[in-house]
Design a protein around this ligand. Structure first.
Ligand code: ISL
Length: 557
């Protein structure tokens, strides 16, 4: 049964290999670098590592443009480095899951090279459409901006790409494509990988008629390719044919997904999906650089919708950041005066909801967004393309006009190197780092935080320990308190088996609001399990004042 499972109890740590640790002074993080730091992961206490793509690739989109699924990019090492990493993790009881990109390949993948030459059996491996070289088959847009179609001179036809033009979409309608993908997944599972994070898995099905999308939606065509017509059939087939045979963990990355669709993916066999609803509350809708103020009601409503609508019936993933998002402290906390307090408060949110928490590398140190001054400091193709598009479309006349917004939103914010120490290049590399190092590394680094009992790092360790020893933190039901408090997010986690419940109180801002426990919550004894301030000795927890960004977790009996 799926009532209790190791992947529900696990804490996942996401590694962006290019920026984790560089073992050979070329400025690029690598697999050997991760091996050298395996004890760091062990001390932190995480159970699963999710590795961002390390496959052979032209690296146009950080490796999400795969040229060969069964080999490792030389920047990161070779297959025996991957095997050694797997073994060293397994020796410490840590599982390893791979990032699986199956909606598209690189245009340099053998399948596409043969497909554009019209060679069988690859001719129909991608979405090709004939017609006038001056007008694309429909009005669909790419997630990276601009048309989702490019014209190929060689084949004299258009091909679909929902991301970069060097990332053609695979045609999952073709059974031979599915067969090849399944075989490749099996290959990795036979190599003892412990599961997958499926990149944009809810985009793999498109209606064969390729109808025009609503001209007012972004990206155009989304109503046709997000959760497309046969997506569940494909995922179920993948589960039946491959995944069901292994004891693994799977998480689908599902952009713009609804609660109902998420439940269907669980029924298809995926263990959980990523929702982005809570990460859309501060996005504007006029373009990628538009942002909105967010308030606690929006975050609470988005969180609650998934706690109630998904976690109870199936299972949730919990995250506030990844390699595509700004740093969570800069976004939802305070990267200045209350950096440490707010990082710990957000971590408390992450670990006390129902679901499997995902820690993005560096968040356990309270890393912030860096400052990017110039366009040439960016490395991310999406950032560069969207800026170029904004400049070309005339909406914006100079980079300076959008500099601040780009600096806040760019995916590169999360991709700066892990600061290991206060030495040159934050101890990440002896060479020149491939991307700038975040400027606060003299204060925010592993070495310092290891020695400081009050650091964000030590707080994560305690939270992870607590989660491992407190089943109600994993399996307890979510019961919300104070439904519309503007500053305090509070909830109970109530046991299904008669053990203690948890009371979680989070102050999301820098004010000092008073918390009042609703009268219908009764208890005989209470005990503080964790908090981000020195313990105030308290006679009662019926009513008390919170300090800026304070987080408190009590056990109630
Ligand atoms: O639409 C989003 C959120 O609702 C995006 O963040 C979306 O999840 C993202 O564009 C998809 O990302 C994934 O696939 C991309 C790759 O560039 C990203 O790094 C990866 O995480 C294409 O493979």
């Amino acid at each position: 049964g799926r009532d209790s499972a190791w992947w529900k109890e696990a804490v996942v740590y996401q590694i962006y290999p290019r920026s984790f640790y560089n073992s050979d002074a070329d400025g690029i993080g690598d697999l050997r670098g991760i091996r050298e730091k395996v004890d760091y992961l062990d001390e932190l206490g995480v159970d699963v590592v999710w590795l961002n793509p390390v496959y052979d690739s032209p690296l146009v989109d950080g490796g999400y443009d795969v040229r060969e699924y069964r080999s490792i990019h030389p920047d990161y090492g070779a297959m025996d480095d991957w095997e050694a990493l797997r073994d060293e993790l397994h020796e410490r009881g840590i599982r390893l899951i791979m990032d699986m990109v199956t909606n598209h390949t690189s245009d340099e993948h053998e399948w596409f090279r043969k497909s554009r030459r019209g060679e069988d059996p690859y001719r129909k491996y991608y979405w090709w459409a004939g017609g006038d070289p001056d007008s694309p088959p429909n009005n669909w847009e790419s997630f990276f901006g601009g048309p989702a179609w490019s014209y190929d001179e060689r084949r004299e036809a258009w091909y679909l790409h929902l991301f970069d033009q060097k990332q053609p979409d695979l045609n999952w309608r073709n059974p031979a494509v599915r067969e090849d993908i399944f075989e490749m997944l099996r290959w990795w599972l036979e190599k003892d990988c412990d599961g997958f994070r499926f990149d944009v898995i809810n985009l793999i099905s498109k209606p064969s008629a390729l109808p025009d999308g609503d001209p007012d939606s972004t990206p155009r065509g989304r109503e046709y390719f997000i959760d497309g017509p046969r997506v569940h059939e494909y995922v179920r087939e993948m589960y039946d044919r491959v995944l069901s045979e292994y004891d693994i963990m799977t998480v689908g990355e599902t952009s713009h997904i609804t609660v109902e669709e998420a439940r269907r993916f669980y029924e298809d066999g995926l263990d959980m999906v990523f929702t982005f609803q809570h990460l859309h509350i501060d996005r504007g809708d006029t373009g990628p650089w538009d942002f909105d103020d967010w308030d606690l009601d929006e975050l609470r409503d988005a969180t609650a919708a998934w706690q109630r609508g998904v976690s109870e019936q199936s299972w949730n993933s919990l995250f506030l950041g990844n390699h595509d998002q700004p740093r969570m402290v800069s976004r939802f906390g305070d990267e200045g005066r209350y950096r440490v307090e707010s990082a710990k408060m957000l971590a408390t949110y992450l670990f006390t909801l129902r679901g499997t928490p995902f820690v993005y590398q560096g968040d356990e140190l309270g890393m912030t967004n860096p400052t990017f001054e110039r366009l040439d400091e960016y490395r991310d193709e999406e950032t560069i393309q969207q800026v170029m598009l904004a400049l070309r479309s005339g909406g914006v006349s100079t980079f300076d006009q959008i500099r601040e917004a780009v600096d806040f939103w760019s995916r590169d914010n999360a991709r700066t190197p892990i600061p290991w120490s206060d030495e040159r290049n934050a101890g990440f590399t002896d060479g020149e780092p491939w991307i700038k190092v975040c400027e606060n590394y003299p204060e925010v680094n592993v070495e310092r935080e290891r020695d400081d009992e009050d650091s964000v790092l030590q707080y994560y360790r305690r939270l992870i320990d607590l989660r491992h020893s407190t089943p109600v933190m994993v399996y307890g039901r979510y019961a919300q308190l104070l439904d519309d408090h503007p500053e305090i997010y509070a909830y109970l986690r109530t046991p299904t088996d008669g053990s203690r419940s948890l009371l979680v109180v989070l102050n999301f801002f820098d004010g000092e609001p008073t918390f009042r426990l609703p009268n219908d919550v009764s208890y005989d004894r209470w005990e503080k399990l964790i908090g981000n301030y020195e313990s105030a000795s308290r006679d009662s927890i019926r009513e008390f004042d919170l300090r800026p960004y304070e987080a408190l977790v009590y056990a109630l009996e």
